[in-house]
Each structure stands twice: as structure tokens, then as C-alpha cells.
Design a protein around this ligand. Structure first.
Ligand SMILES: Cc1ncc(COP(=O)(O)O)c(C=O)c1O
Length: 303
């Protein structure tokens, strides 16, 4: 990652190299942080940050779930993210807000720990690789199950991502691009950092949020765009064999955008090439975020 000039840190623009925290920070020891992943895109009308307000709202929800007192409002965070992109001269890139517990407590009771918030921006290409976006990626079903409701699968907390990291590392070390995680009941949940879609006989399926996957904003955008094209979208509990029998499978996420899956557990998905619905979703999403669609303009927040 190429450093940018400034990081927004609790209201100040701090030079990249000086945005540091102490080794006794509570978040470092216990994973007590919440975060977001957001993308900014170049459009003919300037830079837009895709669904920025909704991402900052989700950050607030994650903080609330873990009882962290986030002192910045959604509106303040939205403006701070735009300002960070502006001062760094980024026309497009990734935006990473993080709220975490710093000094003031070092036991399991975090009360008294200072809550800090930072927003980092940087240039970022395709998360699962340009080749993956073009021709699809290879995935395996992970031996690691996604963590259950002993925490909040629907919040983005730093500590819980150690679970996704186990799955991602296992997949990559075994020569795959990404993992598919089952939940504790053995049904499909999602990728390590992406929601999953399956197409069979022209119908689009995705697991319901209740299985413990993240309520992804890209998932919602793609469901909306495909429904507008006349596709039936069904939120359905899927098992492993559903994946094998699907005509098309793809991932969605801020980082992954729309990425086709060409192989699962060494079995080809369909004929091993991205199918028509996947291509349609990719094209519509790319047009949407780059300002080429006339609809859903309220999802584009210009800096
Ligand atoms: C576990 C997980 N699932 C799905 C997603 C996709 O969510 P979104 O489309 O809101 O980026 C993410 C990314 O934040 C994630 O971390």
C-alpha cells in the first residue's frame, strides 16, 4: 500500500507517519475496534464515495453493538472522509474508518478506555485481482466455520475478523483465491470478506442475513439492480451442494465489487467461465459507481 499524506485522527489531519497508537491500546490486546471499508470512484462529475452515509451509519451500529461511545456523528464522519480524500488528492481509492479503544483500561472490562477514531484513505485496485474480475477466481469451502451469534456477525468488529483471516489464510496457502465459509449449522454463509450469490435456471439466490453473513451494501445494490432487470432474487438457505450445482456463482463486496467464481472445491462452476447474470451484475455495478447510470444517484456522494 502506498502511503498518502494525511490521516484524519479525531478531528485533526495528521501526517501519515505520525498517526500512531500506544502498544497498551486496548484494541491491540482484545480486538476492541469497529471499522468500515468504503470505495471512492472517479466519475465525469468528480469523485463520489459510494453509499458513504450508509457505511458511516453501519460504523455507528457496530460501535453501538459493542457499546463504544463514538463521539463523531454520521454527518461529521461523512465530511471527514470527504476531506481526507480531498487533502490527499485522491480521485478514487479506499476509505477505512476505524473506531477503537485506546488507553485507560487494560483488563477485560474496557470501561475507562479512550475511544479514538481515524479515517485512512489510499489508492487501491481490484481486491481479488484484475484477472479474477475478468475470468473468475478459485475458491474452497473453508474448514473454519463463520463465528456464530456469540458476538455480532452483522457488525464489523476488528476482533471478529480473526475468524475470516483463518479462512482466508487457509484458502490462499492451499492455492485458492478465496474461502467460502459455512455457518455453525453447515449452510453457506459468505466469503471471508464478501457476500455470495448463486444463479440457477435464471433465478438469483443469496443466503439470508439470518445465517450470519454481513448485510452487505454491495449485496443490496446488486440485488436491487438485478431485480430491476427482471430477475427473481431469492434469499434462501443454501448448502454446499447448491454451490456445486449452480450455473453461476459470484461474490459481492466493497473491496471485491462483483467478482465471478469459476471453480469451487476443484469443480468448475457451470462451464468455468463467468456467466451472463454475473457479467450483467458486474457491468451494472461498474456503471453505477462510475456515475454512468441515471438511477440510484443518491448512493453516489460527491466530495
Ligand atoms: C465479512 C464480510 N462480508 C461481506 C462484506 C461486503 O459488505 P459490503 O458490500 O457492505 O462492503 C464485507 C465487507 O465489508 C465483509 O467484511
Amino acid at each position: 500500500m502506498e502511503p498518502t499524506k494525511y490521516i484524519w485522527f479525531d478531528g485533526e489531519m495528521v501526517p501519515w507517519a505520525d498517526a500512531n497508537v500506544h502498544v497498551l491500546s486496548h484494541a491491540l490486546h482484545y480486538g476492541t475496534g469497529v471499522f468500515e471499508g468504503i470505495r471512492a470512484y472517479e466519475t465525469p462529475e468528480g469523485t463520489e464515495v459510494f453509499r458513504l452515509t450508509e457505511h458511516m451509519t453501519r460504523l455507528h451500529h457496530s460501535a453501538k453493538a459493542y457499546n463504544m461511545k463514538l463521539e463523531w456523528s454520521v454527518a461529521e464522519l461523512v465530511e471527514a472522509a470527504k476531506e481526507t480524500l480531498r487533502v490527499n488528492g485522491l480521485e478514487s481509492g479506499y476509505v477505512r474508518p476505524i473506531t477503537f479503544l485506546e488507553l485507560g483500561a487494560l483488563g477485560l472490562n474496557p470501561s475507562g478506555a479512550k475511544v479514538r477514531t481515524a479515517i485512512i484513505t489510499w489508492r487501491w485496485g481490484a481486491y481479488l485481482g484484475e484477472e479474477g474480475v475478468r475470468n473468475g477466481i478459485r475458491v474452497r469451502v473453508s474448514s473454519w466455520r463463520r463465528f456464530p451469534n456469540t458476538a455480532f456477525p452483522n457488525a464489523k468488529a476488528t476482533g471478529t475478523y480473526i475468524n475470516s483471516i483463518l479462512a482466508k489464510m487457509e484458502a490462499v496457502e492451499a492455492g485458492y483465491d478465496e474461502a467460502v465459509m459455512l455457518n455453525q449449522d453447515g449452510v453457506i454463509s459468505e466469503g471471508s470478506g464478501e457476500n455470495l450469490f448463486l444463479v440457477r435456471n435464471g433465478v438469483v439466490y443469496t443466503p439470508p442475513i439470518a445465517v450470519g453473513c454481513l448485510d452487505g451494501l454491495t449485496r443490496h445494490a446488486v440485488m436491487t439492480l438485478l431485480a430491476e432487470e427482471g430477475y427473481e432474487i431469492v434469499e434462501k438457505v443454501l448448502d454446499r451442494s447448491d454451490l456445486y450445482y449452480g450455473d453461476e456463482v459470484f461474490f459481492t463486496g466493497t473491496a471485491a465489487e462483483v467478482t465471478p467464481v469459476r471453480e469451487i472445491d476443484d469443480r468448475l462452476v457451470g462451464d468455468g467461465k463467468p456467466g451472463p447474470v454475473t457479467r450483467l451484475a458486474q457491468g451494472l455495478y461498474a456503471d453505477l459507481v462510475s456515475g454512468k447510470l441515471d438511477k440510484h444517484r443518491d448512493w453516489l456522494e460527491f466530495i
